[in-house]
Design a protein around this ligand. Sequence first.
Ligand SMILES: Cc1cc2nc3c(=O)[nH]c(=O)nc-3n(C[C@H](O)[C@H](O)[C@H](O)COP(=O)(O)OP(=O)(O)OC[C@H]3O[C@@H](n4cnc5c(N)ncnc54)[C@H](O)[C@@H]3O)c2cc1C
Length: 293
Amino acid sequence: MFPAAFDYLQAHSADEALAALAQHGGDARVLAGGQSLIPAMRFRLAQPAILLDINPIAELAYMREGDGFLEIGACERDAALEVSPIIASRYHLIADASKLVADPVVRQSGTVVGSLCHNDPAGDWPTVALASRAQLTIRNSKGSRTVAADDFFVDSFSTAVADGEMAFSVRFPTPSGRTSGSYQKIERKVGDFATASAAVQLTLADDGTIRDAGIAIGAVGPKATRVAAAEALLNGQKPTRDLIRAAAEEAKKIADPSPDQRGSAEYKREMAGVLVARGLVASLGRLGVKGEA
Ligand SMILES: Cc1cc2nc3c(=O)[nH]c(=O)nc-3n(C[C@H](O)[C@H](O)[C@H](O)COP(=O)(O)OP(=O)(O)OC[C@H]3O[C@@H](n4cnc5c(N)ncnc54)[C@H](O)[C@@H]3O)c2cc1C
């Protein structure tokens, strides 16, 4: 199908983009990698009057570490994360996910920030953002605000970005030396969206107890969800097999999947627990701690 008629605008700077959004408000949709928006337009699921292409804004294609964060700009492609030595060395959860989002061709165009703004319930990056306590910078022509991932994902395909605004970057806290993580995803074949997924990030204290656990599950509900009850169980405790099992049970309790061609609701709920357990074991393994699911 062909998209409905629209006007096409290109922004060459952040100021130009913000001026266009101030002028057109809810009539304009930001075009980043176009990997989700263009198909949605072709199926007439999205019919923006104005398409605002931010791809020419070179200043938004960056990834930099500093002030305790890894910051990724709105025009940085998924493919850049996959080959980043900084991510490979310290950001294990992001490194895992960067190889599993869609397929290599899609990752050449798709952006992390675009994926977060799209907020597909089966998307990979929202789950990672929740577990790693990411923050998003949102701007309009009048100013800027920072929104925690917990508050960013409102509902399926809906976020805290309001009309007249756009997301400029996502910031992931820099993990300490005793932090590791793991992204677990079941997919029917390479390039498919998740049947179920889990993102885990753990920081250990000097005595070997878990100081900070971040756990989120994806594709098993209307949006990616933090498993706060599992985090609370783990925090302050030495990791044990029973604790890992209990954390997995908490994930199963809050999973609210719908049956579809990828599996039944029961299967997906079960997998949410399995993937959380696998993510915990893998994260602990990377920290030199043996665990069994
Ligand atoms: C074949 C295929 C397989 C895929 N498989 C997966 C998968 O396994 N896992 C997965 O997570 N994703 C998958 N995707 C989706 C892909 O990762 C998309 O790239 C991503 O979801 C959207 O990123 P984008 O940069 O292409 O955004 P776009 O398609 O350009 O935009 C998506 C939405 O976000 C909005 N938006 C984009 N950037 C901003 C911004 N800076 N500020 C405000 N709003 C913004 C747009 O207006 C639009 O509504 C797949 C896509 C395809 C085509």
